[in-house]
Ligand binder design. Sequence first.
Ligand code: NAD
Length: 252
Amino acid sequence: MARLDGKVAIVSGGSRGIGECTARLFAAEGASVLIGDVLDALGDAVAASIVAGGGRCIYQHLDVTSEADWSAGVARALAQFGGLNILVNNAGIGSSPHGIADEPAESWDRTMDVNAKGVFLGTRAAIPAMLDAGGGSIVNISSQLGIVAVPYSGSAYQSSKGAVRLFTKSAAIQYAADGIRVNSVHPGPIVTEMTRAVREDTDRYQMTLTLVPMGRYGEPAEVAYAILYLASDESSFVTGSEVVVDGGWTAQ
Ligand code: NAD
């Protein structure tokens, strides 16, 4: 039996990177998956490739800052797959290049809107369907920078990921008695588009490597397997927790 047989999942930000890898893994483990993203061509292609491989997957345009898009996404998952058991709030945008003194308020707001408010809106939209299903699992993708700060990454990004960490615990205790588990995952530096600019800048890349005791960036699959565990019934007594996947970054 596959690890997510019979489950229906929404993965935000699933058109590429960690979200794409998670959607592919979920489908391979028997889940029906709705990918929600703003990169429509990429998302359509990922969904088509999962279906071509024998999986169940659809793509829907879903801007995580839009309440209407979340309503439509949840409604489509219910209509197409008959329920909702898992939500992975993975969509996110990277760090602003500004220090606090130079950070435009609009840039702060945009980061908080996508990375923090998007997680709240997704969670709020999914809860009624999960209550109908008798429970569910919500996995919020924070960051190692939601636990510790570094000087080279913007304060807005780190604050938004810190908000995801505590929102997760708040939601977990509110819905524990209803069987809805809510956990956060904290990746360290991972090989995705989000880190491409840093990885292509030799000095910055070497500097970030000195912060990882394992001495390398992680791969999306190394994060996706942690997400899979929290999404599945294998983690049935785990809620309000934070799973760190960072090569030892926060251990030092
Ligand atoms: P990525 O840029 O490859 O993927 C992010 C995805 O989110 C993209 O498909 C993008 O289109 C989507 N997205 C952005 N804004 C959106 C919006 N408003 N609505 C819907 N979708 C939107 O980056 P990734 O590394 O795969 O990032 C996935 C998550 O992991 C993010 O939350 C990120 O902050 C977090 N994370 C990444 C790293 C890393 O090193 N890559 C480290 C820690 C945490």
